[in-house]
Design a protein around this ligand. Structure first.
Ligand SMILES: [Zn+2]
Ligand SMILES: [Zn+2]
Length: 321
């Protein structure tokens, strides 16, 4: 089966064509490329890429917003159906028929992408297109934080020093919590984590760590770090399971502390109602662009997705146009 290039297809009513500026490479893209599910099952053949910024290039019929050709935009990839039980309850992330740009329909690893106007967010002049491509991962983090009941005097532990762990650190520090700690294994990242607001960075594999935290956010998705997440929760603590795990993985939990300490364990999936907050937080000073470690070209994508790039990449974006 051949992929029909988006610029050759007519726009459907309510859709706009965006000339892609940047597309982020996400762990989920690697999962999808390897045949595992992302935010849904990929509908192959499909152009991947769900972290997209660009310029509005043409408008289909029946556009109701004030979008204009030439507008700089960030794209929300998720398209909930609007009519299932969860959509009607205001929980579109649980939609039973969710479509997603770059998963079930063609995405941003191409010169052009077609998206419903409802998924297009104008960005202010002060925000770069490179940063705007990060609106989607930031919006997922915003939703994760929305799932927690956060108080200023809480202490927080972020498990994982990768890109998502770094965004959580940045946004938690912006909220002025009593303490933000990060558990990670890469000593080269300690200086950066402290610069973006971590009060403490430790490696639980190397050092005994007895402190417990009101909020624990797991951003790795491996059984041992998920187990740690429960262990590090303080009395009354909340644990957010954010890392994407292998669907067949399991881990062991001690059930008594969940009862005795009244722990809350929550999942957070995708980014409902969070794109505008994500864009605003970046405009208001969350410097997510500085966390991007690699800027690549469209030709580099197969190597990136197959893990054939020898260097250690925390976060790569591809400059498309
Ligand atoms: Zn992603
Ligand atoms: Zn739905």
């Amino acid at each position: 089966m051949e992929i029909q290039h988006p610029q050759e297809q007519p726009l459907k009513p309510g859709e706009v064509r965006v000339r892609v500026s940047y597309v982020g490479i996400c762990g989920t893209d690697k999962h999808l490329y390897g045949g595992q599910p992302g935010s849904g099952e990929a509908r192959i053949p499909v152009i991947l890429g769900h972290e997209i910024s660009g310029i509005v290039d043409s408008l289909g019929s029946e556009i109701h917003s004030d979008l204009k050709i030439g507008d700089r935009v960030a794209i929300d990839p998720n398209i909930p159906c609007g009519v299932c039980r969860f959509c009607r309850e205001g929980r579109p992330q649980l939609c039973e028929n969710n479509q997603a740009v770059g998963v079930t329909r063609n995405g941003g690893m191409a010169e052009y992408v077609h998206v419903p106007e409802t998924n297009v967010y104008k960005i202010p002049d002060g925000l770069s297109l490179k940063a705007a491509a990060m609106a989607e991962p930031v919006s997922c983090v915003v939703h994760g934080l929305d799932e927690l009941d956060i108080k200023p005097h809480d202490t927080a532990l972020v498990i994982g020093d990768g890109f998502i762990g770094q965004i959580f650190t940045l946004l938690l520090a912006q909220q002025g919590l009593k303490k933000v700690a990060v558990s990670g294994h890469n000593p080269k990242k300690i200086a950066l984590l402290k610069k973006i607001g971590a009060d403490e960075v430790f490696n639980p594999e190397k050092e005994e760590h007895s402190e417990r935290y009101d909020l624990v956010i797991e951003c790795v998705g491996l059984p041992n770090t998920q187990e740690q997440a429960l262990t590090f929760a303080a009395r009354g603590g909340q644990v957010l399971m954010f890392g994407v795990s292998n669907p067949d993985d399991t881990f062991t939990i001690k059930s008594y502390p969940i009862f005795f300490n009244e722990l809350t364990v929550k999942g957070a999936f995708i980014n409902p109602h969070a794109m505008q907050d994500a864009i605003h937080l970046m405009v208001a000073g969350a410097d997510v662009e500085s966390l991007i470690t690699h800027e690549m070209q469209l030709e580099d994508i197969p190597d990136l997705l197959a893990g054939r790039i020898p260097e250690k990449i925390t976060k790569a974006v591809v400059r498309v146009n």
